[in-house]
Design a binder for this molecule. Structure first.
Ligand SMILES: *[C@@H]1O[C@H](CO)[C@@H](O)[C@H](O)[C@H]1NC(C)=O
Ligand SMILES: *[C@@H]1O[C@H](CO)[C@@H](O)[C@H](O)[C@H]1NC(C)=O
Ligand SMILES: *[C@@H]1O[C@H](CO)[C@@H](O)[C@H](O)[C@H]1NC(C)=O
Length: 189
């Protein structure tokens, strides 16, 4: 520090330059103060999502509901059926493993010729742990019969601010109308 003495020259810095510098510093400070921290921006992230659509023995456990369907018939995965979900996200496939957030959004059955085979997935993973806090927004064709499929990561907030990337979905278990799927994310910022 001692080597950088205030030289008289610096005092002669034009007022406008000083103003601009202060403005830039103020903007940078505000930028980081907005959420109190710098995004952590992990390059990979993984979780399991449990979607319970119709547990007939314990309907109170359901986390997903068909909310729209052709002719108002809310049974079956027909073309045009729309499901809204609010599913638990966990570290492992079992519900007893660490909860890391909720997956909230919709999927729409959109395969006209093979109803129930493809769905358009559109949802946000709300991550809330001590390590990461923020949302990851995902969108794309979920081709349910394939063992793995990719959808797009279209954005993120908080620790995932401005994320883009690929979410690889693997079906882990289908038990009746309960789906346990693994999401493996590759993230770019
Ligand atoms: C439905 O709920 C019961 C009671 O908790 C549970 O034992 C069963 O595994 C659930 N079935 C599915 C398909 O999730
Ligand atoms: C509703 O859909 C179910 C399953 O696809 C079918 O069995 C039933 O007949 C339908 N009901 C009506 C009123 O269309
Ligand atoms: C994550 O952020 C939300 C909203 O800013 C806050 O309410 C919550 O306490 C945070 N969670 C953790 C574990 O820090």
């Amino acid at each position: 520090m001692g080597r950088y003495k205030l030289s008289p020259g610096r005092m002669k810095m034009p007022m406008s330059t000083t103003c601009w510098l202060s403005l830039v510093v103020a903007i940078i400070l505000c930028w980081h103060a907005a959420d109190g921290s710098t995004p952590k921006r992990p390059s990979s992230f993984q979780f399991y999502m449990r979607d319970t659509l119709q547990n007939k023995t314990a309907p109170n456990l359901n986390t997903a509901f068909i909310v729209g369907a052709p002719n108002g018939n809310l049974t079956g995965f027909k073309f045009g059926a729309v499901v809204v979900f609010d599913d638990p996200l966990t570290e492992g496939p079992d519900l007893t493993t660490k909860r890391i957030g909720r997956g909230q959004g919709t999927y729409t059955y959109d395969n006209f010729y093979n109803p129930g085979f493809d769905a358009l997935m559109s949802f946000s993973a709300l991550i809330d742990t001590h390590q990461f806090n923020g949302t990851i927004n995902m969108f794309g064709a979920d081709r349910l019969t394939l063992p793995t499929r990719d959808i797009s990561v279209v954005g993120g907030t908080g620790d995932f601010e401005l994320a883009r990337g690929i979410a690889t979905i693997t079906t882990f278990v289908i038990d009746g109308d309960t789906f346990i799927v693994r999401f493996k994310l590759r993230l770019y910022y």
